[in-house]
Write a protein that binds this ligand. Structure first.
Ligand code: 5GP
Length: 124
């Protein structure tokens, strides 16, 4: 398990503007951008601007404002992307057993007919 925040992780570099991203949404609390290797028609990564390693770090140490801001942004993005109505997945991989690759807390927002085992012919 990772315990000390690494300022050189790739999402910290994106937050500092050192690496570009395909930005979807930004406010005082969060930045959201498209995943570089999308696994669904909609695949957005939502990250807090604060230096939190994981969802458990964020839940334990994030302020009420940061946590509220994070989930308010998630809801806003889902509405703006048109997936709030159809449904979507939000996934936070955590630590070694969770398969977390980037040690800055992020939620994957995945939408676009990924919940069904089989797609309808019209793709809905
Ligand atoms: P994890 O496995 O940590 O939950 O997911 C990390 C995600 O970050 C992966 O889906 C990967 O495609 C994405 N990713 C890694 N590096 C970059 C990058 O430089 N830019 C963007 N937009 N996504 C990245």
């Amino acid at each position: 398990m990772m315990h000390i925040y690494d300022d050189n992780n790739i999402f910290a570099k994106i937050l500092r503007g050192e690496i570009p991203c395909d930005k979807v949404y930004e406010d005082d609390y969060v930045l959201a951008f498209n995943d570089i290797a999308p696994k669904a028609p909609v695949h957005v990564l939502l990250i807090p601007k604060g230096s939190y390693i994981s969802i458990d770090d964020f839940g334990a140490n994030g302020s009420a404002e940061e946590i509220k801001g994070f989930y308010a942004a998630l809801a806003k993005i889902a509405r703006e992307k048109g997936i709030a109505e159809t449904g979507f997945r939000s996934i936070a991989n955590t630590g070694v057993h969770g398969g977390q690759e980037v040690a800055h807390f992020h939620v994957h927002i995945l939408g676009g007919n990924i919940g069904r085992k089989t797609a309808r012919p019209d793709g809905s």
